[in-house]
Write a protein that binds this ligand. Structure first.
Ligand code: IPE
Ligand code: IPE
Ligand code: MG
Length: 245
C-alpha cells in the first residue's frame, strides 16, 4: 500500500479506532494476553505518528471500555500500568510531533496514578495544534449519552434552559467529545463486526472499515489502506448520487 495514493485534499477529519485483538495475537504465539497489550502499545505509536504525518486533525483511540472493568483483575491492573508507562514514555513523541492529548470517558474511575499521569501529559501538550489524540478510557457510549441527559435535565429543572431549545448541537455540546467533529472513518481490527459501545452518537454517519488484522500487527500501511478505501467511497448523507455531482 502506497502513501502516495492518498488524496491529501480528501482526508477524514476525524478517525476513530477500536483497537482489538491483542489477546488473540498473544495467544497465537503461546504468550500471555499482557504480551499482546504491550505490542498493542507499539501499534498505537505507529498509528499516532502515521496520522500526524498525513495531516489527520483528530484521532480517537478506544483503549479501555466501561465493560472492560469486568476482565480479570490481573489484566485490568496490567493495562493500567501499561497506560502509565506509555504516557511517561510517549510524552516526548507527542511534544516532538506537536500533538495534543485529550481523554474521554469516566476518567475519575481510573486509578489515581493514571489520572495524574494523564493530567500531566494533557497539560504539557495543551497548546499543540497539529493533531488532537483522544484516548477513550473507561469509556462507554451509553454512559456518555446518559450523562448528557442528566446534565440537560438538571439545567431544565433549575430553569437554566428551556426544553424547547434542546437540539442536536446542544446535545453534542454535552458529550465528552464536545470539541471534536463527528467521526468520518471508524476502523475496527481483529475481524469483529460490532461497535462495542464506542462513540454511538458520533458515528451516526461514519464510514465503517473492518479488517481481520489483529491490532499489534497494524502498521502505517494498514492505516493508509483504510484511508484509501474510505476515499473511494461516496458519502451521500441521505442525498442521491446525482445530487452530489
Ligand atoms: C483489545 O484487545 C484491547 C482492549 C480491549 C483493552 P483485546 O484484549 O480485546 O484482545 P482480544 O479481543 O481478546 O483478542
Ligand atoms: C472493545 O474491545 C474495547 C476496546 C478496544 C478498548 P473488546 O474486546 O472489549 O470488545 P468486545 O467485548 O469483544 O465487543
Ligand atoms: Mg477484544
Amino acid at each position: 500500500m502506497n502513501e502516495k495514493l492518498i488524496n491529501k485534499e480528501k482526508l477524514p477529519e476525524h478517525i476513530a479506532i477500536i483497537m482489538d485483538g491483542n489477546g488473540r495475537w498473544a495467544k497465537q504465539q503461546g504468550k500471555l494476553r499482557v504480551f499482546g497489550h504491550e505490542n498493542g502499545a507499539k501499534a498505537v505509536k505507529r498509528v499516532v505518528e502515521g496520522c500526524a504525518e498525513l495531516g489527520i486533525k483528530n484521532l480517537t483511540l478506544y483503549a479501555f471500555s466501561t465493560e472492560n472493568w469486568k476482565r480479570p483483575k490481573m489484566e485490568v491492573e496490567t493495562l493500567m500500568k501499561l497506560l502509565v508507562s506509555s504516557l511517561k514514555k510517549e510524552l516526548k513523541t507527542l511534544l516532538q510531533n506537536n500533538i495534543k492529548l485529550n481523554a474521554i470517558g469516566n476518567i475519575e474511575t481510573l486509578p489515581k496514578k493514571v489520572q495524574s499521569e494523564l493530567l500531566e501529559v494533557m497539560e504539557k501538550t495543551k497548546d499543540n495544534n497539529r493533531m488532537t489524540l483522544t484516548m477513550a478510557l473507561s469509556y462507554g457510549g451509553r454512559e456518555e449519552i446518559k450523562n448528557a441527559v442528566v446534565e440537560l435535565c438538571t439545567k431544565v429543572k433549575n430553569n437554566i434552559i428551556s426544553p424547547d431549545i434542546i437540539d442536536e448541537s446542544i446535545i453534542n455540546n454535552h458529550l465528552y467529545t464536545q470539541n471534536l467533529p463527528d467521526v468520518d472513518l471508524l476502523i475496527r481490527t481483529s475481524g469483529e463486526y460490532r461497535v462495542s459501545n464506542f462513540l454511538l452518537w458520533q458515528i451516526a454517519y461514519a464510514e465503517l472499515y473492518f479488517t481481520k488484522t489483529l491490532w499489534p500487527d497494524f502498521t502505517k500501511e494498514h492505516l493508509w489502506e483504510a484511508i484509501i478505501n474510505y476515499q473511494n467511497r461516496e458519502r451521500r448523507f441521505g442525498k442521491t448520487s446525482e445530487q452530489l455531482n
